[in-house]
Design a protein around this ligand. Structure first.
Ligand code: MRU
Length: 345
């Protein structure tokens, strides 16, 4: 079985599995500087909201370690700078901002650089351990909504590669399969960067789950033919009313699911929820990602292209939100507020 751990702390560096090379090559990038982690996040060597959060936490821990070994007496300014750099990489995934702030906060009360570095690393390690734990709890809750024999549609990649644990939406599918439910997964290829084709099918093959890959635009026909019993996706940010940002194409899947009477679930840990904002910033990526793939051109370089990385699904289209504290149901303002009662992170 391939080792697909997306992020690790290894010998004082942040070791990142280069997901741009998957599924044909398994390479790791050992980042010795915060700038290298920022570049890995920006270029999607590491991606998926929880995995980006883990990388962000370790990036601040790396800045703290480097500052302590430089002999500096004041590392707080250096950590803030590192945090700002990491926050500037990708705007939509809530976990990235959450993880940076969590590590920064934990270091505030220390002054000695060695103590700051120790505290930062402990919190970053904790974020990784927590995500693993959150995934296994939410996967168990989620698998209860899937019946034996279901065909389930999923979008993008929400497995170990995206979370560091067993996955969110994909974790639910893995749990259902491991508990004996004979499910079949339909995985969209997920244009333009093909996270579904390159990553999700790899994880499904590793888990031995029967799966079929389809182009994003085949979803409507698949549903019209009655071949899907449920759809389940991940999330990059969920607001207090249940509005959910996820990979571009998610909204279209939710609308189609509604039209065909198919339940549409979102699976995400509470670290992806943002109860403070009322709007979600949507990342616009390079038009070149639409005009081709890797170095292969599929359209003229002069053609204008639009490349939003995410879209927003309104709560009215969501059947349930699967979290580590249970499956939340509409009305979401109330069920989300209840999930956060007594929750601290
Ligand atoms: O651009 P990506 O690959 O980072 O987008 C990932 C997604 O949209 C995932 O569905 C989301 O982050 C949830 S991962 C558990």
């Amino acid at each position: 079985m391939l080792d697909l751990a997306p992020v690790r702390w290894k010998e004082g560096k942040v070791s990142i599995l280069d997901q741009r090379e998957l599924p044909f090559s398994v390479k790791r990038i050992d980042c010795a500087k915060v700038e290298e982690v920022a570049e890995a996040i920006r270029t999607l060597a590491v991606r998926g909201a929880p995995a980006i959060g883990i990388a962000a936490g370790y990036a601040v821990a790396l800045a703290a370690k480097n500052c302590a070994s430089s002999g500096s007496n004041d590392c707080h300014a250096e950590l803030l700078r590192a945090g700002e750099l990491i926050k500037s990489t990708r705007p939509t995934a809530r976990n990235l901002f959450w993880a940076v702030d969590k590590v920064l906060k934990a270091t505030e009360s220390f002054t000695a650089p060695a103590d700051i570095a120790k505290a930062a690393l402990a919190v970053a390690d904790g974020i990784l351990a927590d995500e693993v734990e959150r995934d296994s709890r939410l996967s168990k809750f989620g698998s209860e909504v899937l019946m034996d024999g279901y065909s389930v549609l999923t979008h993008c990649n929400t497995g170990e590669l995206a979370t560091g644990g067993m996955g969110s939406a994909l974790g639910v599918l893995k749990h259902a399969w491991a508990s004996g439910k004979k499910i079949h997964v339909y995985a969209t290829e997920t244009r333009p960067l093909l996270q579904g084709a390159r990553l999700t099918t790899l994880e499904l093959a590793n888990a031995g789950i029967p799966a079929t890959l389809l182009v994003d635009s085949a979803v409507g026909y698949l549903m019209q033919k009655g071949l899907v019993n449920a759809a389940i996706v991940g999330a990059d940010r969920i607001l207090s009313d249940g509005s959910t940002a996820n990979k571009i194409g998610t909204y279209a899947i939710a609308v189609l699911a509604k039209e065909h009477g198919i339940p549409f679930y979102v699976a995400a840990p509470l670290s992806t929820f943002d109860l403070e904002r009322s709007e979600i910033p949507i990342e616009l990526r390079s038009p070149d990602e639409v005009r081709g793939f890797r170095s292969e051109r599929t359209a003229l370089a002069t053609i204008e292209a639009w490349n939003p990385a995410f879209d927003i699904t309104p709560p009215r289209l969501i059947t349930g939100i699967i979290t580590e504290s249970g499956v939340l149901r509409p009305p979401y303002r109330a069920s989300i507020a209840r999930a956060f009662q007594g929750y601290s992170d």
